[in-house]
Ligand binder design. Structure first.
Ligand code: AMP
Length: 559
């Protein structure tokens, strides 16, 4: 592996389980088992004195040391109020996630005897700007060169599409993981994977099904023992029940009933949970996934997609049989289970592999033609404009194939374009003609990224030194909406040059890149002078705190 085609690993940083994959010398995506020989690692972190334990041991330790164990940290990504305190030190979700990433990478390094430096990390399509930035920061704290953050359903579709590139089809990726639900329509073609529309719920996942079992058991315990005490106040009982509920849920995917035992305050109650009862307890959760899917299908119609060919199921929680039969009933299509635990990491690895080969191609072509090529997607247009010839591209692909040992068709297939959409709308707080504060959306959700949009703001007074812009994220695709229907994600402060008149337009440019990150620039229009923009995102770790976390992560040993 040369510098030009550096290995880029794919990481599925899941709410409940995570995994890492790479593409082997035959061009096949392979999951790398962890030190415990498991293909997935529980996303659970145990602060054990001076060391950090991640995975199965941490999950088991949660029974005994519930206060030292952090689970489901992904649900707190980009969440400013989440702080975990251990030994008077504060840890944010990004840093705790970094430990999970470190564990995956360390084990992979041991397995392969090769250092993990460059990674592609996945996140739910549903993640907004802050959660995405937080995911990237987690990778950086772990010491990686984060090549890209890509959406989980896109990764699954890449893995799925890579199986048979000759067959063009529109698929719905129905992804119910441990903590999140995403449903995404993807158009898979020979040379592209294009996301059409996405929807879902950041706070709906297998864990909610577990919680319903927990609540049911608590009720039964109270009935049986005659107590009205909330046994979940006891952290040991809470942890114990969480683990038993998850186990019971998994068994109920195979069998019609399962026993569950709960011990609290010296009393032990044993119950049998039937699948029928479990379905009844969780019916509304399942219906929510169906409603979100229908909503997304309606939006897809606005983009000219009235139909789809297949539904593929990813995410461990799609193993529940009631989910599969309900989907079939609602959409008259038999859903296909597609490698639910591994497809996301594998898709991320294939995408990373593609990026690595793309680097090689771009460098080769640059040497050959003396042309600067920004990204692989620019090549077709450059050929059309006669800046590059198909022969140059073919020769460069052949050279990369010779150098890497991959076949020419697989190097050519790495030129596949991947297009995403933004899952949220972004706008700013502005005043309407009635002088009321409203959110004015500049980029609407389900717009293909990258996208650049401009908007003018006006100086209010002469010699104004700053303009403050509140940047808002929302889930509607209305252009104007009340402020309370959106969330503040950042503030941008424009530092204006002195001597400007009142009412001067300042042009603000919002650029959303392909991974859904927002970049803001501003220009003072009278002189076309660039204006300094200071963006503040309290929700994502930054500055000194980020540096400290990075340093701490380098020193810490993760087991
Ligand atoms: P993921 O985030 O994709 O790894 O999905 C993890 C979720 O899938 C967790 O909530 C698991 O409890 C759930 N899960 C895994 N296997 C099963 C199964 N056999 N039946 C039901 N849920 C499962």
């Amino acid at each position: 592996m040369t510098e030009q085609t550096k290995r880029i690993f794919g990481i599925d940083l899941g709410t409940t389980y995570s995994s890492i994959a790479y593409v082997d010398e035959f061009g096949k995506a392979v999951i790398i088992p962890n030190a415990e020989s498991e293909r997935v690692t529980p996303s659970v972190v145990f602060f054990d004195e001076d060391s950090i334990v991640v995975g199965d041991v941490a999950k088991e330790s949660s029974k005994i040391y519930p206060n030292e164990v952090v689970s489901f940290v992904k649900r707190s990504m980009g969440e400013p109020n989440f702080i975990f305190v251990y030994n008077s030190e504060e840890y944010r979700a990004e840093e705790i996630s970094a430990y999970i990433l470190k564990k995956l990478a360390q084990d992979a390094e041991q397995h392969l005897g090769e250092k993990v430096t460059d990674v592609v990390i996945t996140c739910p399509a549903y993640f907004g700007i802050n959660e995405r930035e937080a995911t990237r920061k987690a990778g950086e704290i772990a010491g990686f060169n984060v090549r890209q953050i890509i959406n989980e359903p896109t990764a699954a579709a890449i893995a799925y599409g890579s199986l048979d590139l000759s067959d063009e089809r529109v698929v719905l990726v129905f992804d119910l993981g441990g903590g999140t639900f995403d449903v995404t329509m993807i158009d898979i073609r020979k040379d592209s994977v294009e996301v059409i529309c996405t929807g879902g719920d950041h706070n709906l996942g297998g864990k909610d099904w577990d919680d319903r079992i927990v609540a049911h058991i608590v009720d039964l315990f109270q009935n049986e023992t005659g107590t009205d005490e909330d046994i979940l106040d006891d952290p040991d009982t809470w942890q114990d029940l969480q683990l038993s509920a998850e186990k019971a849920k998994k068994i109920l995917s195979q069998r019609p009933k399962t026993p569950i035992a709960v011990t609290h305050g010296g009393e032990r109650v044993k119950v049998v949970l039937e699948r029928k009862k479990f379905i009844e307890l969780t019916e509304d959760l399942l219906e929510r996934t169906i409603d979100f899917t229908k909503e997304m299908l309606e939006e897809a119609k606005n983009k000219g997609y009235n139909d789809f060919d297949e539904i593929i199921l990813v995410g461990g929680a799609t193993r529940m049989p009631q989910l599969q039969s309900r989907i079939k009933e609602a959409f008259s299509v038999t859903p296909k289970m597609f490698d639910p635990d591994e497809s996301i990491a594998k898709g991320a690895a294939i995408y990373g592999w593609k990026l690595g080969l793309n680097d090689g191609m771009i460098q080769r072509l640059a040497i050959k033609t003396n042309k600067h090529i920004e990204k692989i997607d620019d090549i077709p247009e450059m050929i059309e404009n006669k800046e590059l010839s198909p022969k140059d591209v073919k020769e460069a692909a052949q050279e990369v194939a010779d150098e890497t040992g991959y076949t020419l068709p697989s190097v050519e297939s790495s030129m596949l374009t991947v297009k995403n959409v933004t899952s949220k709308s972004f706008g700013v707080v502005a005043h309407n003609p009635k002088d009321e504060e409203i959110v004015f959306n500049i980029v609407l959700r389900n717009t293909t990224v990258p996208i650049t949009q401009k908007k003018d703001f006006y100086t209010a007074v002469k010699d104004q030194s700053t303009v403050l812009i509140r940047i808002m994220e929302s889930e509607t695709n209305r252009v104007e909406l009340p402020v309370d229907q959106a969330v503040d994600i950042k503030t941008a402060i424009l530092n204006l040059p002195p001597g400007l008149p009142a009412d001067l337009p300042i042009e603000i440019t919002f650029s959303l890149n392909e991974e859904g990150r927002l970049h803001i620039t501003a220009m003072e229009t009278s002189d076309a002078r660039q204006v300094e923009v200071v963006v503040d995102t309290a929700s994502v770790i930054q500055g000194e705190e980020f540096e400290k976390a990075k340093e701490r992560s380098q020193k810490l040993v993760v087991h």
